[in-house]
Write a protein that binds this ligand. Structure first.
Ligand SMILES: [Zn+2]
Length: 417
């Protein structure tokens, strides 16, 4: 059994406050390929299409044959830690605050040497390890060596825990607790050890099943929150905004609505009001508060999670206006990510396919269960990713999108007829 991470103690206001610093963030354009894969939780290196040589560090041409035909391919990361050192001084302010720091050189089975941060459970060199990739606080790929056997969590190591957004011991706002997905997420966070969960409830006079039962969970408190009402968002931010470590936006308005199926724009307006403007209202009120508390480690603001949709990547015509509102929210989330990054607060986006809820009743299976979606949220926080595509439909859709976005658009057109 992995040792559970300790619950972070609250900040002592008398002690010195650590100023926000980030690990060095500049990378060459080609090295961003490593980060792009890490954002999806994959360790990829370039492989030469002509001679098969694996490349590290990322480069423009093959180290063996000078071919420029290099393709990013997933790696299993297995290898041997050949040598290691413990840094006791550092030029970088970020690492200076965190010394001593263990790093080592790993000879991957794939034939290249990489420099990696060492998990505290890695024994002394030489020993077998597995290299994983994580996003550091600057949002860039960092290589971490963990023991080859077992699957230790990054959050088991106090120094590497910063690369995760582990919900254990955290204070979390879930913006809509009336949906089945929102409720499943609250349960998953409670099971993951959240200290406090505020559950947003819009229109409290409309009773829904399930919310009453959530009030029984020890960390849960139901609070009034209507993301379509600027005043409601502002009031809640004033009340709890300075305590929220993780904000999870589950507010979602969804109608199966193709362009020609209904007259007028009222339904589309409601979708935009919740899915896009709702995110904007939350971001305007809560993002500055999260930023201000990002360096109050270990009880700091760490993450913002958006529940988007795979329909944000390419429009699904039977849900045409909903897709458009999610595309708008996706675009806005990128701006939010850019604004929160300098403080070290992660923005995590989830792109599920059709969910087995009220709105996707007419969609053909397979559909993602709310419980699976909720566990994907908890896993995303415990890991180190920023884009999550939970379920087979989302994975398939993503693969087709990455392969050929125009082909996917045409296939969706066909499917809509
Ligand atoms: Zn080559």
């Amino acid at each position: 059994m992995p040792r559970a991470a300790k619950i972070p103690i609250r900040k002592n206001p008398i002690l010195r406050t650590r100023q926000p610093t980030l690990p060095p963030a500049s990378r060459s354009r080609v090295a961003l390929g490593l980060t792009a894969a890490a954002a999806r939780g994959r360790f990829e290196l370039q492989v030469c299409r002509d001679c098969g040589a694996v490349q590290y560090p990322p480069r423009e041409v093959c180290r063996d044959c000078l071919s420029h035909r290099l393709a990013w391919r997933q790696q299993d990361g297995r290898g041997e830690l050949v040598t290691e050192t413990t840094l006791r001084s550092a030029q970088e302010l970020y690492f200076r605050e965190r010394l001593p720091w263990r790093v080592g050189i790993v000879r991957l089975n794939a034939g290249v040497n990489v420099i990696a941060h060492l998990h505290e459970r890695v024994g002394t060199a030489p020993c077998r390890v597995r290299v994983e990739v994580a996003l550091d606080r600057a949002g860039q790929a960092a290589l971490i060596a963990v023991p080859e056997q077992g699957r230790p969590h990054l959050s088991d190591d106090p120094r590497l825990r910063e690369m995760t957004c582990d919900p254990r011991g955290r204070k979390i706002l879930v913006t809509d607790g009336k949906s089945v997905v929102g409720q499943a997420i609250v349960r998953a966070l409670a099971a993951a050890g959240a200290e406090v969960i505020w559950i947003g409830e819009a229109e409290p006079w409309k009773k829904v099943a399930g919310l009453e039962a959530l009030r029984e969970l020890p960390p849960a408190t139901v609070v009034p929150l209507d993301v379509t009402d600027g005043k409601s968002v502002r009031e809640l931010a004033g009340e709890i905004g300075a305590k929220v470590d993780i904000l999870i936006n589950t507010a979602d308005h969804h109608s199966a609505f193709s362009i020609a199926s209904r007259r007028g724009v009222e339904t589309a307006q409601s979708e935009m009001d919740v899915n896009y403007l709702g995110l904007l209202r939350l971001a305007q009120e809560f993002a500055p508060l999260l930023k201000a508390r990002a360096a109050d480690e270990p009880a700091n603001a760490i993450a913002w999670v958006n529940l988007l949709s795979i329909f944000a990547l390419a429009n699904y015509p039977p849900h045409g206006t909903y897709s458009a509102s999610k595309a708008a929210a996706y675009s806005l989330s990128q701006a939010l990510r850019a604004e929160l990054r300098p403080a070290g607060v992660c923005v995590i986006n989830l792109f599920p396919g059709p969910v087995d809820d009220e709105w996707d009743q007419l969609e053909m299976p397979p559909k993602l269960s709310p419980v699976s979606l909720a566990s994907a949220v908890a896993e995303a926080l415990k890991g180190s990713v920023e884009d999550v595509y939970p379920g087979d439909v989302a994975q398939d859709w993503l693969a087709r999108h990455l392969d050929n976005p125009k082909a996917l658009e045409r296939e969706l057109e066909e499917g809509a007829r």
